[in-house]
Design a protein around this ligand. Structure first.
Ligand SMILES: C[S@@+](CC[C@H](N)C(=O)[O-])C[C@H]1O[C@@H](n2cnc3c(N)ncnc32)[C@H](O)[C@@H]1O
Length: 322
């Protein structure tokens, strides 16, 4: 039975607009700080989000970098209060670009999380194949996910996110285990480099396409997460029935990732439109209408025969004339 079929067996739980003890799903339409003030300390096992990047998207007002980081610092203080002692916080960021100068946001954020007492476990590179084409610098093709824990005793379900080894037949050539298989029958550690490649099973790295217009999960939100990116964080950092919070939940991608894996989910976003889309996507998911990419599914690789994969005739004609 597939992941989607399992969800189809259960009905969509009630979607609350505020979080109470019995809530399975809550989508809180409010300012992040106001909403967080009403939530109980140490109650979330995973907090995962992509904050506004202060780059003037439709849902944010661009301010000076210092002002932006001071606001984010207040948000982080609140989130650390909400985080369970064994919990994790995954913060996905890209770059803020100021008059063509790139400011890597993870570098700005790291001291804020450190000051708040969190411990960095991985800085994951999420590489994707599409995006804007730059003309005065190299085109940006990765963002990062900073994974922090609150303490040294934390949930990490490595076996739930292993990927097939490239060479499962490798054997130990010395030591007490000589001659025995050297790998793990469940696969290998997926590493901190989650790449957009054609065949995850042979390359053994996470394969997560950037959400673009031809992606089945795309909505009107300009920066939504691929569900499978968060699904990996959910599987690795939480157990079933745990509570997952996305404090900037947009159209609910993190919430769907959590629900898909039988976790409880709370989202906060100040846009009523995005909250409404998130609720609809969740209902669509349970109705079998929204079909997220199965985690780890190989990304389409052109055969070279497609029209778009061929060199335009004009270019070859121009070449011939020279
Ligand atoms: C980068 S987007 C997150 C998108 C989300 N990961 C998804 O997959 O849909 C940031 C979100 O933060 C929300 N936002 C911006 N400022 C906020 C605030 N002060 N309080 C709550 N939400 C805010 C925006 O409406 C936007 O949807």
């Amino acid at each position: 039975m597939g992941e989607q079929d399992q969800a189809l067996l259960s009905q969509c739980p009630r979607i609350d607009d505020s979080f109470a003890e019995g809530s399975e799903i809550a989508i809180i339409c409010d300012d992040v700080l106001d909403a967080c003030h009403n939530l109980r300390s140490e109650s979330f096992n995973l907090i995962v989000s992509s904050p506004p990047y202060n780059i003037g998207k439709s849902y944010e007002k661009e301010v000076k970098l210092d002002e932006y980081l001071a606001w984010q610092s207040d948000v982080i203080t609140e989130l650390v209060r909400l985080l369970h002692p064994k919990g994790s916080l995954c913060w996905q960021v890209g770059n803020y670009v100021d008059k063509g100068e790139v400011v890597p946001l993870d570098i700005c954020f790291y001291p804020l999380f450190k000051k708040a007492g969190l411990h960095l476990r991985n800085r994951i590179i999420w590489h994707f194949g599409h995006g804007l084409h730059a003309s005065k610098r190299f085109s940006g093709r990765y963002e990062t996910v900073m994974w922090f824990t609150k303490g040294d005793d934390y949930t990490f379900n490595l076996d739930d996110v292993r990927v097939p080894a490239k060479y499962p037949g490798k054997r130990n050539y010395k030591g007490s285990q000589i001659g025995k298989p050297s790998g793990n029958p469940l696969g290998k550690n997926p590493s901190d480099f989650w790449e957009f490649v054609a065949n995850e099973w042979s390359d053994g790295v996470f394969d997560i396409p950037n959400v673009k217009s031809n992606h089945p999960e795309k909505t009107s939100h300009p920066c939504q997460f691929p569900i499978e990116l968060i699904e990996r964080c959910v599987l690795a950092c939480t157990d079933e029935r745990d509570l997952v919070l996305d404090p900037f939940s947009g159209v609910g991608s993190s919430l769907i990732a959590a629900l898909k894996r039988n976790r409880r989910a709370v989202g906060i976003d100040r846009s009523q439109d995005y909250c409404d889309i998130a609720a609809k996507r969740i209902r669509d998911y349970y109705d079998g209408v929204l079909r997220p990419r199965p985690i780890g599914k190989a990304v389409h690789k052109p055969t070279g025969k497609e029209k778009v994969a061929q060199i335009p005739l004009e270019w070859t004609e121009e070449q011939n004339e020279k």
